[in-house]
Design a protein around this ligand. Structure first.
Ligand SMILES: NC(=O)c1ccc[n+]([C@@H]2O[C@H](COP(=O)([O-])OP(=O)(O)OC[C@H]3O[C@@H](n4cnc5c(N)ncnc54)[C@H](OP(=O)(O)O)[C@@H]3O)[C@@H](O)[C@H]2O)c1
Length: 357
């Protein structure tokens, strides 16, 4: 049977370590987990069974394997040390028999986004970023429609616009929205992207109707004061970019967890709780799974230059096998029709009070 593996790693150190090692998660504090993660070996997590294509009926087997490093450690440690640990985790996947390997969360952010890691492994590697772009943009479109924000007249913003996911998502959105702001830290990189996409100059987040945020910041970068009433924010970053205070203090904005995908059918057993409801995965996981179902054992996405053609191709492959955009969730809770109606109502009231449209 064809197979894949996917590398996960702790993002919220105590919560995620507890999922595999409840006792260690309880006893160790975050500093201790960060420190010990450097010396911990790669961890076998679980076998994934029952993933079947809706169109061809082909079934594939998969494995979750974990690189013990936390995001903070990946940014602190020398790049070579981080690569070594990810490659060791990839070799565990090779020994299990995986034919393609997906890099989850920060394992695809570090250094050159998978290129060096792929060179040191004998199986193909993908970051999953192409399908993440496709799903993030689809989520923004769907949320805008739900909130009755016509794309052509909307002001959108991409935060982390110089990144692998951000730049390609900005390229797609640029063709669909009225005005696009590119937000990031490096002026030069932003200006180069602006020239390429013919977007407007960088401006404050507070004027955007639609925000796609996908930075690799360790801490949150979007706070309640940054958002206008009625704003829709799709947060693809892990760790999250949007502060939990936004959920607590701003009932007039809609924040959706970006990059969430429904797998085909209902028969997939992950045999590990990675924090999602049944049959839902991150888009980067879905890219790896879709490649295995298609029998495309190749390094589909590596590096930070993702083309629109790549995004469209993986979106078509994933759709063929039955992957689709998941229903909206916000801070790990399902968004209901009543939630949407309440946000729209509050946003309307807030705008009326400020004398805005
Ligand atoms: N949900 C999913 O399925 C999924 C899939 C893939 C990735 N992700 C997540 O998406 C995020 C980005 O991934 P990527 O591969 O696109 O990373 P990337 O290529 O490294 O890009 C990161 C972007 O974030 C910006 N940035 C970094 N730190 C920042 C800070 N403190 N404040 C503001 N901007 C900052 C960078 O700006 P500079 O250019 O200035 O460095 C860059 O634009 C990560 O959190 C990753 O875990 C999620």
């Amino acid at each position: 049977m064809d197979s894949f593996a996917f590398i996960i790693h702790p993002i919220d150190p105590k919560r995620d370590v507890s999922r595999k090692f409840p006792l260690l998660g309880r006893l160790l504090n975050v500093q201790q987990i960060n420190f010990l993660s450097t010396y911990f070996p790669p961890v076998y997590i679980s076998q994934i069974d029952g993933l079947r294509s809706e169109s061809t009926g082909k079934e594939v087997r998969g494995w979750f394997v974990a690189c013990p490093l936390t995001p903070a450690r990946m940014l602190e440690l020398p790049e070579k040390t981080v690569y070594r640990k990810i490659v060791e985790t990839g070799k565990l996947a090779e020994r299990l028999g995986a034919q393609v390997l997906g890099l989850g969360a920060f394992t695809s952010v570090v250094g050159d986004a998978g290129v060096t890691i792929a060179q040191q492994l004998s199986i193909p590697v993908t970051t999953g970023d192409s399908y993440t772009v496709a799903i993030a943009v689809e989520a923004v479109r769907a949320a805008a429609q739900q909130m009755e924000i016509p794309l052509a007249g909307a002001t959108a913003a991409v935060m982390g616009a110089t990144g692998a996911v951000g730049a390609a998502a900005a390229e797609l959105l640029a063709a669909e929205v009225g005005k696009l702001w590119l937000i990031g830290r490096r002026a030069e990189a932003l200006l180069a992207l602006r020239d390429r996409l013919r977007a407007t100059k960088p401006s404050p987040l507070a004027e955007a109707d639609l925000i796609l945020t996908v930075t690799s910041a360790l801490d949150t970068v979007i706070e309640p004061r940054h958002l206008r009433p009625g704003a829709v924010v799709c947060d693809v970053a892990r760790p999250r970019d949007v502060s939990a205070r936004v959920a607590a203090e701003r009932d007039d904005v809609l924040v959706i967890d970006g990059g969430m995908v429904q797998v085909p059918g209902t028969g997939t057993a992950f045999n590990f709780n990675f924090g999602f409801p049944p049959d839902k995965v991150y888009a980067c996981m879905a890219e790896t799974m879709a490649l295995a179902l298609e029998g495309r054992f190749e390094s589909f996405t590596l590096g930070r230059q993702i083309t629109v053609a790549q995004v469209r191709e993986i979106a078509a492959i994933a759709a063929k096998h039955g992957f689709k955009l998941s229903g909206f969730r916000s801070f790990e809770r399902a968004v209901t029709a009543a939630d949407l109606a309440r946000v729209a109502e509050r946003a309307h009231a807030a705008r009326r009070a400020r004398g805005q449209r």
